[in-house]
Write a protein that binds this ligand. Structure first.
Ligand SMILES: C[S@@+](CC[C@H](N)C(=O)[O-])C[C@H]1O[C@@H](n2cnc3c(N)ncnc32)[C@H](O)[C@@H]1O
Length: 284
């Protein structure tokens, strides 16, 4: 491992949690494995619309979890590689590829080690929905992305908006991340997080399943937009598109309402907020 060894405690805590939730997620209706196996494209509407024609392109899906989106992208004609540090996730991804009869390579490893673990360089890097909040060093992440791309290769990033990440619906004096539908939505976490982990403690996962997990702790990191965009610029990438969205892929707070498109939005009558953002950035 690189100089990210100093974040080993966060990696160890998070990996244990991710290993444990893989089986819950594979079985969860939220993740749409059965519709996918029946032939449905289960990408959510934003990425389905924005990813464009990827036929014949080589693509690396960073932090691919159990490979569902990676395999959706394979079905769309890309030559895919997924990377994740959870051995359980990688085993489940390989099993899912076999069940779906799709070609894909899955590599187990820490994001920061990707350039040394994978020799190939790619036309596209794909990073979506709840990936960069697990990474302590966003500028280091941008350098990894740039290293994994071929010249003229492009990153597609679709993530929770850092402004939204700084808010939460927790009663006054309540424990970090223990949300309450009756609590107001308030600024809760420091927007300029400076690489310090926010430590959450929750015995269930975000899919809504009530299965209790043993590894309750997670270390997450809030990166201000200036560090995300600045990191990409410093890594030599040029922004080619940028969008903000009023919807997000999961019930980030209890007040959000799920739509028919499986996306969550602010309820009627409440002011709208940027819940997610997406961008494309090209390597020179
Ligand atoms: C919310 S999931 C990403 C979801 C993804 N959009 C998908 O296709 O399902 C976050 C993933 O990041 C992985 N992860 C977290 N920290 C990592 C790290 N330092 N290196 C590699 N993978 C990591 C976890 O194992 C988990 O599978």
């Amino acid at each position: 491992m690189t100089d990210h060894a100093r974040h080993q405690e966060s990696f160890t805590v998070n990996k244990a949690r991710w290993d444990e939730v893989v089986a819950i997620h594979v079985a969860s209706a939220d993740y749409q494995v059965q519709p996918f196996l029946a032939g449905q494209d289960t990408l959510l509407p934003i990425e389905a619309r924005e990813i464009g024609d990827i036929r014949g392109k080589s693509l690396i899906h960073l932090q691919c979890h159990f490979g569902l989106d990676t395999l959706n992208l394979a079905r769309r004609g890309a030559h895919v590689t997924g990377l994740d540090f959870s051995p359980q996730a990688i085993a489940a991804a390989r099993a899912l590829a076999a069940r779906a009869g799709l070609e894909a390579r899955f590599v187990e490893g820490n994001l920061y080690d990707a350039p040394s673990l994978i020799a190939e360089r790619f036309d596209l890097a794909y990073v979506t929905w709840g990936a960069i909040n697990w990474l302590p060093d966003i500028k280091g992440w941008a350098k990894v992305v740039a290293k994994m791309l071929k010249p003229s290769g492009e990153l597609y990033l679709l993530e929770a908006h850092p402004f939204a990440f700084a808010l939460d619906q927790v009663p006054p004096g309540g424990a970090v991340g223990v949300r309450d539908a009756g609590a107001p939505l308030c600024p809760t976490f420091p927007y300029f997080g400076a690489g310090v982990p926010i430590i959450f403690d929750s015995d269930t996962t975000y899919t809504g399943d009530d299965t209790k997990v043993e590894n309750t702790r997670t270390h997450e990191f809030l990166h201000p937009m200036s560090d995300i965009l600045g990191g990409l610029i410093e890594a030599g990438l040029t922004l080619t598109s940028y969008n903000e969205h009023d919807s997000i892929a999961w019930a980030m707070w209890p007040l959000l309402v799920e739509g028919a498109d499986r996306m969550y939005r602010m309820p009627e009558g409440h002011t709208n907020l940027p819940l997610s953002f997406s961008l494309k950035a090209r390597k020179a």
